[in-house]
Design a protein around this ligand. Sequence first.
Ligand code: HEM
Length: 287
Amino acid sequence: MKPWFLVDFIYGLSFTARQERAVLPDLHNFTKNIIERRRRKRNRNTATGIQENNVNEVKATMLDILLDEEAKGTINDKGIREEVDTFLFEGHDTTATALTFIMMRIANEPDIQDSICEELQDIFGDSQRSPTIEDLSKMKYLECCIKESLRLYPSVPFLSRYLRKEVVIAGYTIPKNTYVDLHVFDIHRDPEVYPEPEKFRPERFLPQNTAGRNPYSYIPFSAGPRNCIGQKFATMMIKTLMSGILRKYRLEPIIRPEDLVFIADLVLWTNHPIDVRFRPREHLTSN
Ligand code: HEM
């Protein structure tokens, strides 16, 4: 953090600000295209009388709600773009990072990988059908693995808040008007809450083992009024992708967890690629 960047004028002269100005038009065009495509589709549907929220049609999306509000004059084009930006950028890198780390870790935990595959075998048998929402809800063990992976590798490694009021925590007074960083990465490695914190133990998240645990000791999706709105969707995405991959491939390690060198940026990353080997499973049968 460079405190002098807090002064807009100084930041505006920096190399970082120049880079930002160079890439911003691409980013805005990407979002504008998404909004325009939806606007055109809605206009076409209005002209032809198609109801989007008819069960036989595509369901109404959050973007539709925003476009409805625009028609009522409660939000403008820029406001819609900012909302779409938030969803795209909060949702993309975080989920991609979570997937990368869980694949790496599962590749390094062959017994745990076998247990996930047994669960998938119970759900799907030898069928290659796509998962339904009900199938996803049956993936209890995979869900524990996702939670354990997000404990060790939280996509958002720290959260920042600006204190408008003075706060006293454990006898320490933090004055108002202070920026506070909450180090999720370290909170998730507290040995008093998670004995042998570096070990990958999905059973830490079985209901009988989470009862009584302080809810703020596990915050990969943050907590409170500004927590992640996409939490359930992200978990469903990861289950869909991981189950799809593990039904077809065995994951084998290339990089070891102890070799990771982390970078705590806005999203957790490493200063090197994270490679995993995909070995096709032989027993695949078609159905
Ligand atoms: C594994 C995947 C994800 C992780 C770990 C994650 C984590 C987080 C965290 C920690 C925050 C709070 C940031 C803060 O308090 O400063 C957040 C906010 C948010 N997330 Fe996610 N997220 C994920 C996926 C998604 C997805 C898929 C979406 C959208 C479909 C999404 C949408 C949002 C939005 C809109 C916010 C802002 C909420 C607000 O400020 O009120 N996230 N996310």
